[in-house]
Write a protein that binds this ligand. Sequence first.
Ligand code: GDP
Ligand code: MG
Length: 716
Amino acid sequence: MSAKRLTIALAGNPNSGKTTVFNNLTGTRQKVGNWPGVTVEKKEGRVSFNGIDLTIVDLPGTYSLTPFSIEEVVARNYLLDERPDVVLDIIDASNLERSLYLATQIRELDCKVLFVLNMADVAEQRGTKIDARKMSELLDVPVVFTVGNRGEGMQELLRRAVELAGSPGGTPRQRRVKYSQDIEESIARLLGFMELKAAGPPGYDRRWTAIKLLEEDKIVTERLVAAAPQAGMEILQAAQALRRHLAERFDEEPQIVMTAERYGFIAGIVREVQSSSTQQRVDVSRTIDLVLTHRLFGFPIFIFFIWAMFQLTFTLGEYPVQAIEAGVEGISATAGAMLPEGLLRDLVVNGIIAGVGSVIVFLPNILILFFCIALFEDTGYMARSAFLMDKIMHLIGLHGKSFIPMLMGFGCNVPAIMAARTLESEKDRILTILITPFMSCSAKLPVYVVLAGAFFGPRAGSVIFGLYLLGIVLSIITGRLFRSTLLKGADAPFVMELPPYRMPMAKSLLIHMWDRSKIFLTKMGKVILVGSVVIWALSSFPRPPASSEAGKGPNAAPAAAARTSDAGGQADLEAAQRRAQKAAQTEYSLLGRIGRLMAPVFEPLGIEWRGGVALLSGFVAKEIVVSTLGVLYATGEGEEDGDLEKALMDAGMTPLSALAMMVFVLLYLPCFATTAAIRRETGSTRWMLFSIGYSTAVAWLMALFVFQGGRLIGLS
Ligand code: GDP
Ligand code: MG
């Protein structure tokens, strides 16, 4: 046999330990991509075993292969179309009955499958024994035990998988779900008819195809007709007739009957292979849940956790921030010293380093935030938070599961929008994606800190908290509005899964955290780099005509120079001069011109043209609002903190207009990376444009309301 290359796919329920097994098998040699044409992430890794090249693919976690959600479609299509050499079904041994539903469905696909009974330790702790030999016999599949988080059973797993790949396939499968007589008869008749017409989606198991046609499976139906339009339609008609017959016979849709029968089959297997020792372990998870999902205490505890998460993010994040800032300044100074004065230096120092540096500074906060979120997820608490929020989310016509992306939105909207993938219903997903940007992401914080700090002094904290609250309230209102207009429909019924609490594993936590941060960093990194260069270019060109001012050396400095002749004064003066020059340059530049063109839009909000330009630049990334303000008000990096604030006040900004500006920043169009994520995840440019337009309109109106309303009641 020359097969030196095998593809192994990992399938299984969410939380069954797939990713853990995947990481164990592949170590760090993995690559993450997207499934072609869909938005679910694809993980692929390579490993060599006994001289055979194995490609391991981590399929999305699903409970079944019924094509309801994207994950299910992706997983099923992969198995059907890519035909991996071996499928490993990762089964949560402590949850056998639930896991076996997917297992039997994979079994029906007639591919080479190996059952991996993971979480063997948990099952054992609970006093559950599973007879692997019997299971293997009953279902005619090889079965192995593993403990993913301790890496136990991995070599055996690979050995059996390779062995299975080499075994002759295509033996008639005896041990599959047997349906009740009427259904089996219908399957047989449909099979016969398909044979007669010699049609069916190429490469699909015939029996399986027949079953799916009886279940009115959309994808199989489409493929059947695509493969043979004429014969396909005839087969469909036959299937329709059989369906009607079955529906009458059972007084129930055939797919419901078949699902029930599959569960019956599974219950039978479980009874055969699983035995519980009489000494049932006390279920720890249930005890913890008595407190954490308590009717009264559950919610305050949850709020406390969220508060603690932000506290940790911002206080702990402070420390490395200073070091990074120093580092960025160091690099900036070195680059400044190494490069000759001129355009290139300006681009590198004021464009690239200043722009990218402003984002890198937030890396610690983001890592901590994502670490906390990974902790919530890995311990199983995230599911509880969804459970606790369920009632509130129903106010918007969504269920608790939608809360998870919203919660993540406080960190960064990009992974938050991607987290909406877990929602089954398309409408729920789009609605969640549309309201998530109102969750104030960490990038907006620097803007609040600067403005609230300057204008609200000791009350800055409350103002910032109020902004977060405003974002949440508006997302709820928006949710209600869209639910009753654009995205009408009841929320999809769904059962809140409460997985058992688990001790998080450090490695998995770190991988989880890093996966998210990496997405953030690479996507943002690219965008920010390009964005900074664009902003720099727009503010640097065209150059004002060389006037006498530009040529002035230190000697020709204004009279002020005479007053301070010591060295320090001289440096101050030079800095002031550079600032004045820069300000004149910016005003003359394209950015300055755009700013003045846009001025009438921002005027009613109490924001002058430079503020407007800064807001415009915030489309690249919200942090850039601050650095653009810095450029426009001509305070450079490394100057005292008070400078920008003073410059803003001098330019006529008041507490009221600062508040209006912060409200605008909170609500207006999501940053570039987020808009790209919205387009990707909704698969539609129209939703992206809608989101941009809607949020900006809301921002403008709310800022107008704040500024003009405030003036009406005599604030300034
Ligand atoms: P996935 O959703 O299927 O990818 O599941 P993960 O690989 O993310 O695993 C979910 C959780 O189960 C993680 O916290 C793992 O550390 C943990 N886990 C995985 N395998 C085992 C195991 O065999 N025993 C125990 N006790 N925990 C496990
Ligand atoms: Mg996973």
